[in-house]
Write a protein that binds this ligand. Structure first.
Ligand code: NAD
Length: 295
């Protein structure tokens, strides 16, 4: 089975490499990241000249691009892969996008006889490299059963959450929980240090209790190191929380915590920190207090 892969960024590059490692014939394109294309080709993939060139050669097309407009561009733009995909092909969109857009894209593809699953992921670059991502999938059960083996090569958890769009609804839930968690962690660590307790002691004392979390284990050391190398950029998290706001509006769901953390992230973006890891939410507190978190 030939698999096309469009979007070889922080996540797509290692995901495509894992498919090559699993023995699939993988055809890749990313017109904005030629170095990454070279790296994946060196690992055994084949480079296509364009998105349309990818579409013309494959049965399964994976997209891993930043947001809904990018997915629409990659599929339906001037160089859109959907123009050349054959009837009966399937698109596995792994990008984190607005679930409403997922449903629109699936409907457009259906008109061309192409199926789609939305399959966003959680886990970040380390798990993309290890092939242990968590996939949350939306779409038909029969498609899920047929294409899960491909996702299994890139992830350790692959869960069908409902119809098309359900994967991205679940991803939005994930992004709200992660964002609010990081903000709570930054707020508490900063407050604790200002009250005279070493941040390292706070972390070590509470990480095994109810407040402990994957977020705490990953982000507290980064905060104490002032290491904000992404990982997951503030700007991408702004995109996700903005999608939460849009999705919540359609059903009148209350999201005060999401709104608050989104505003904090926007402040950081305007201060030039949009390319920092989302653990840089700590900077919001550091700027307010003039005090830097240390070990
Ligand atoms: P990235 O910006 O590093 O990579 C995106 C790639 O898509 C870029 O290389 C870009 O050149 C390419 N691209 C954009 N439009 C294109 C087009 N029309 N045709 C071809 N290529 C195109 O982003 P990333 O961090 O890899 O994230 C990708 C998606 O995965 C996003 O939706 C993000 O929210 C999600 N995600 C990221 C992480 C993370 O930790 N980075 C974790 C989970 C989910």
């Amino acid at each position: 089975m030939k698999i096309g892969f469009i979007g070889l960024g922080i996540m797509g590059k290692p995901m495509a490499k894992n498919l090559v490692k699993a023995g699939y014939e993988v055809i890749v394109a990313d017109k904005f990241a030629p170095k990454n294309v070279e790296e994946v080709v060196a690992a055994g993939a084949k480079a296509a000249a364009s998105n349309m060139d990818v579409g013309s050669q494959v049965d399964v097309l994976i997209t891993m691009v930043p947001n809904s407009p990018n997915v629409k561009e990659a599929l339906f733009g001037e160089d859109g892969a959907a123009k050349t995909l054959k009837k009966g092909a399937v698109v596995l969109d792994c990008s984190s996008i607005n679930p409403i857009a997922s449903r629109e894209i699936a409907a457009e593809l259906a008109k061309l006889g192409i199926d789609m699953l939305d399959c966003p992921v959680s886990g970040g670059e380390p798990k993309a490299i290890d092939g242990t991502l968590a996939f949350m999938v939306g779409g038909r059960q029969d498609l899920f059963d047929e294409y899960k083996p491909i996702l299994d090569k890139m992830g350790s958890s692959v869960v069908l959450c409902g119809d098309v769009g359900a994967g991205n609804v679940t991803k939005l839930c994930n992004q709200t929980i992660v964002a609010v968690n990081i903000a709570a962690l930054a707020e508490a660590m900063q407050m604790g240090q200002m009250c005279g307790v070493e941040p390292e002691k706070i972390f070590n004392a509470i990480k095994g209790g109810l407040a402990g979390s994957t977020v705490m284990n990953a982000k507290a050391p980064m905060m104490m190191d002032q290491n904000f190398k992404p990982g997951f950029r503030i700007d991408l998290h702004i995109k996700d929380l903005s999608n939460v706001v849009d999705a919540a509006k359609t059903v009148d769901a209350p999201i005060p915590l999401t709104q608050m953390v989104l505003e904090m992230m926007k402040v950081l973006h305007h201060d030039g920190d949009g390319s920092c890891d989302h653990s840089a939410l700590l900077k919001y507190y550091q700027k307010l207090t003039g005090e830097t978190l240390h070990h």
